[in-house]
Design a protein around this ligand. Structure first.
Ligand code: GLA
Length: 403
């Protein structure tokens, strides 16, 4: 695909929209039945030739989702706010962001200060605040990600005197550190005036295995299996009411049974739930049976908790057999999977059987994706909208169903 500037994409979308006046649904016009990537690759139309089109609204997935009461999110990295084209896509298409890395424990825990003070110290560095300031300036809602996790968490946190060369700290010390850490995060959000833009926070990420047993993490090993309950207990104690508390995991469709049992255990002494929602990472492959995936969601939805899709991307091919040298047909197939998944979710939301308030993709362009070889995103690495883009936008005629 050829490199295009965003403006040519926006103008091409305006042209398609003005030709088909299709709103949120697919159109049967000739222009709309063009393959998505070809429509987007049309020669740039000069604004002078198309004055009327400039007054049309740019196609925006956030508006499509808002019509169903959902926010549409992306993860956010520093690269995305330094280049104009990324920013334009973010602000025109998305209403929510999750910091891809910069709120993870290894980015916000300060070893030097922890050693100096004897208590764990949380500190947001300039990149974290820059990203959050950007979100605030652009009226984005924010998902917090993540407090307690086995990965991207410094080893020193679990040792006596925050010194890796010493023994692991005991249970009471680690419970005190857990409480102090969680309290400080919510205090900092409040002090810096960020609290109001947060609507969800991943309190714990990826604690369960597909086998139904708990992952043996440093948190588990130092505190014991009730570290999970304590994490939610402290988050519930310190988070403001507008920030809903989530457990987030991958292979969620294979972990339904343990998750159902687990969330029931998260209650305080009066029997009130300490958890508000389950985050479904949705790192999927095209080989996924979407009906089965949706059935798992139906089971989790019966908990009555909020479900959020938190890190959606859909790789070409399967886990064992990734597609190399992808052809147009592969991208069309991907567009159909995106379409079918989102269609199933929106149907359930509209019917009131699924309490979902947001869907976040883990990056919007293949070029910046953590799984970039498998081209899992809705824009190409050249920032052209893919069939997948139209699949998410529920524009069926352009989502790869045309053969
Ligand atoms: C998990 C985490 C994310 C991210 C991805 C890989 O899904 O929850 O924060 O690290 O892995 O990028």
């Amino acid at each position: 695909m050829k490199m295009k500037k965003t403006i040519s994409f926006i103008l091409a979308v305006l042209l398609v929209l003005s030709l088909c006046a299709c709103g949120n649904t697919a159109s049967s016009s000739d222009a709309a039945s063009e393959p998505a990537s070809e429509a987007a690759s049309a020669e740039p139309v000069s604004p002078a030739e198309e004055p009327a089109a400039e007054e049309e609204t740019v196609l925006s997935i956030k508006d499509v989702f808002a019509a169903h009461g959902l926010k549409f999110g992306s993860c956010l990295s520093p690269a995305m706010i330094q280049a104009g084209t990324y920013e334009e896509i973010l602000t025109s298409q998305f209403s929510s962001i999750t910091l891809e890395n910069y709120m993870k424990p290894e980015y916000i825990l300060d070893q030097k200060k922890s050693i100096e003070t004897g208590d764990v110290v949380v500190k947001f560095d300039s990149t974290t605040t820059e990203l959050l300031d950007w979100a605030q300036k652009n009226n984005m809602a924010v998902r917090g990600h993540t407090l307690v996790w086995h990965d991207q968490t410094p080893e020193w946190l679990f040792h006596v005197d925050f010194d890796e060369s010493k023994d692991y700290a005991d249970r009471d010390t680690m419970l005190a550190r857990l409480e102090s850490y969680i309290k400080q995060v919510f205090d900092i959000l409040e002090e810096k005036g960020y609290s109001d833009m947060f609507y969800a926070y991943d309190v714990v990420n990826e604690a369960w295995m597909e086998t139904g047993s708990l992952r043996k993490t440093n948190w588990y090993n130092t505190i014991g299996k009730d570290y999970l309950r304590y994490a939610f207990y402290y988050a519930d104690k310190y988070a403001p009411d507008n920030i809903k508390l989530f457990y987030n995991d991958y292979n969620e469709n294979l972990k339904v049974a343990p998750l159902l049992k687990f969330v029931k255990t998260l209650v305080d002494d009066e029997g009130n739930s300490l958890i508000d929602g389950i985050g479904l990472q949705a790192h999927l492959y095209m080989s996924e049976d979407i009906d089965k995936y949706l059935s798992s969601i139906d089971v989790l939805a019966k908990t009555g908790l909020i479900l959020e899709i938190t890190e959606l991307d859909i790789c070409l091919g399967s886990f064992d057999n990734p597609v190399k040298n992808a052809a147009d047909d592969d991208y069309k197939a991907q567009g159909r999977v995106y379409y079918n998944l989102i269609n199933g979710l929106l149907e359930r939301v509209d019917a009131g059987t699924l309490n979902m308030d947001s869907l976040t993709v883990w990056g919007f362009t293949d070029g910046l994706s953590w799984r970039k070889e498998s081209k899992p995103c809705i824009y190409s690495d050249m920032l052209e909208p893919k069939y997948a883009y139209y699949g998410i936008a529920q524009m069926k005629d352009q989502a790869g169903f045309d053969d």
